[in-house]
Design a protein. Structure first.
Length: 115
C-alpha cells in the first residue's frame, strides 16, 4: 500500500488549496478513504472521510462547510478541496486507508495558512 499526498503549501487566510492523495497497492475502489491532520504540538485529528463509491462523506466540525472530499476511482485518487482557510488549519495533512486490518498513512503534505 502506498499513499502519496501533494498540493500543500503556503496560503493566505481566506484562500483555498486542493490536496491530492495518489493511492496504489490495493483495490482502491473497494475502500473508504480519509484525511487527517496534525498541527504542531497537537494530536493527529480526523478531517474528512469518503465512502468507497464516493456517495457519502463525513467531515469534522472544524472544516464542515469549508471543505469537500471527493475521489476518482478511475485514477485511484482522493482529493480534499479546502476553502476559506484559517490560520488554525495549519497542519500536516495525511491521507489514510484501513486495509487488511491495518491503517496505512501517507507521508503528509504541509499546509500553512498565514499572512
Amino acid at each position: 500500500v502506498q499513499l502519496v499526498e501533494s498540493g500543500g503549501g503556503l496560503v493566505q487566510p481566506g484562500g483555498s488549496l486542493r490536496l491530492s492523495c495518489a493511492a496504489s497497492g490495493f483495490s482502491f475502489s473497494r475502500y473508504d478513504m480519509s484525511w487527517y491532520r496534525q498541527a504542531p504540538g497537537k494530536e493527529r485529528e480526523f478531517v474528512a472521510r469518503i465512502t468507497s463509491a464516493g456517495d457519502m462523506s463525513l467531515y469534522a466540525d472544524s472544516v464542515k462547510g469549508r471543505s469537500t472530499i471527493s475521489r476518482d476511482n478511475a485514477k485511484n485518487t482522493v482529493l480534499l478541496q479546502m476553502n476559506s482557510l484559517k490560520p488554525e488549519d495549519t497542519a500536516v495533512y495525511y491521507c489514510k486507508v484501513y486495509v487488511w486490518l491495518w491503517d496505512y498513512w501517507g507521508q503528509g503534505t504541509q499546509v500553512t495558512v498565514s499572512s
